[in-house]
Design a binder for this molecule. Sequence first.
Ligand code: 23J
Ligand code: MN
Length: 262
Amino acid sequence: MSSAQTVSDIGAMLLSGQVEVVDCTGVLGPDTPIIQLPPEFAKPTPKIEINKISEYDEDGPFFAWNWMILGEHSGTHFDAPHHWITGKDYPDGFTDTLDVQRLVAPVNVIDCSAQSNADPDFLLDAAGVKAWEAEHGEISSGEWVVMRTDWESRVGEDEFLNIDEAGPHSPGPTVDCIEYILSKGIVGWGTQCIGTDAGQAGAMDPPYPAHNLLHKNNCFGLASLANLSKLPAKGAILIATPLKIENGTGSPIRALALAPKR
Ligand code: 23J
Ligand code: MN
């Protein structure tokens, strides 16, 4: 089949609803959870502010619009390679220089919701990824890999950041998990938690291995994804596009997946 025919077929199937657009994004607003770093990093990302300019009033009689205070790494968002020191030297490692062809790709959805619900410090390791591949098929070069934890059900509760005396507790990948999926040539790794790394990943070697190793390899991260329960393990296409922020290290995204209607 020609690629023109294939794209045309997808267009028709979008219109008919045979191909469904799944919104993998959380709401961006004042209640969006923001990552809290240890106290030695005292300069935080501020909470999101949406400030009204006008809404059909004296400041704008026939128009409504707002301005925002919004950190790059807020809500459902994208981590570009320049976000981490290991990825600092890639000329195409910024939100305005990256290769957009890489951003639209098949997505592998690894369901860790049961384990994560039972243990907020659950870690997905390479053996877990290989067991998933044995059941669902191999992860291929250029694809996204995302960890399903259904964590968005905790947004609005303290249980999303889930911080105690020992710091944050949320699921994520082990070092060998990230090493393994990088060996498969993935474009990036995503989670439903506040960041791409587990809450306790500061104690790993290297610390924050998803950030450290993904960005070292010019790969991307996705955080606070939603609705992964609506995707098949394989067979959907994820579109994860950051704003073209000048020299940007990340950006809120509207993460969309194209999935066969179930
Ligand atoms: C800055 C420092 C550490 C981390 C993060 C940001 C994130 O998780 C992020 O949003 O990229 S762990
Ligand atoms: Mn980030």
